[in-house]
Write a protein that binds this ligand. Structure first.
Ligand code: PXP
Length: 275
């Protein structure tokens, strides 16, 4: 089966990591306790989330330290703790001992995580962090762009996983630009294959959505389907568009919709009617 000239094979669907940051964003807008990201995580697990993902940012703009403690105490599926490579965060991770950690770049002014981690440029620091977190029993992933140099550096730094940044693909998808979308899809697949060839487990995430998010605009495939169909993708991490979708259909249904989209894309490839 081919799509955009790319050979696709049928494999199990990727696991779905549900990022609950934006439940906390909504809570923090009024400064109280509602909606509670822990309650959302409990519901997400009941609805089929394989992993609960959260990003404890330096400025605590959404998830807070107490949320992390409560999630660790209550959630029985793996937690994926996203954090910057700082001493403060590494210490908090060592105290929390989540199953998974994803190291991300972080700039205070950014609206969301804008680029990938520069593993090449801060190699020693990232390598030390990987060793420190592995010693704490955490499976470490590095959030990087689909750049062979960064992928090579991630493998050399000792990370067992990489999460490739789907932001550029997602932007091309939102803008409905077929040329850039194809370029980004090919870049992503080449990156996934390269990483896979080095023995890394490969994840993907950022900006992924369902076609319904594009409003009245017609999309042949959702960005989630485009990425989920790539056979090297073992995990998808999705937040903003999933929580956005839940405003219209409820969180349980939103998770079911994203899971179904990923499973369908993986099992049937993209040889199907528009999403
Ligand atoms: N993966 C990583 C490493 C992220 O930092 C984020 C955003 O917090 C996501 C995935 C999810 O991105 P989005 O909220 O756009 O789905």
């Amino acid at each position: 089966m081919t799509f955009f000239g790319t050979q696709l094979t049928v494999m199990d669907a990727p696991l779905l990591g549900v990022n609950i940051d934006h439940v906390a964003t909504l809570r923090n807008a009024r400064g109280g306790f509602f909606p509670d990201p822990l309650a959302a995580a409990v519901l997400a697990v009941e609805a089929g989330a394989d992993i609960i993902t959260f990003h404890l940012r330096e400025d605590r703009r959404h998830i807070r330290d107490d949320d992390v403690r409560r999630l660790k105490a209550e959630i029985k599926v793996p937690l994926n703790f996203e954090a910057a490579v700082t001493d403060e965060m590494l210490s908090l991770i060592e105290q929390t001992r989540p199953e998974h950690v994803c190291l991300v770049p972080e700039r205070r002014q950014e609206v969301t995580t804008e680029g990938g981690l520069d593993v090449v440029g801060q190699f020693a620091r990232v390598k030390d962090a990987c060793a420190r977190l592995a010693a704490a029993g955490c499976r470490v992933s590095l959030f990087i762009g689909a750049d062979p140099k960064q992928i090579d550096a991630a493998a050399e730094a000792g990370a067992p996983c990489v999460e490739l940044h789907t932001g550029p693909l997602a932007h091309a998808w939102w803008d409905d630009q077929a040329g850039p979308l194809q370029t980004e899809l090919e870049r992503l697949q080449a990156g996934l294959r390269h990483a896979h060839g080095l023995g890394l487990r490969t994840h993907a995430g950022h900006g992924l959505a369902l076609s319904s998010a594009a409003g009245g605009l017609q999309r042949t495939f959702s960005s989630t389907a485009l990425v989920a169909a790539l056979p090297e993708v073992a995990e998808l991490h999705i937040g903003h568009a999933l929580i956005g979708h839940s405003v219209f259909v409820g969180l349980r249904q939103a998770i079911a919709d994203f899971k179904a989209e990923a499973i369908r894309a993986r099992q049937t490839g993209l040889n199907r009617s528009p999403a």
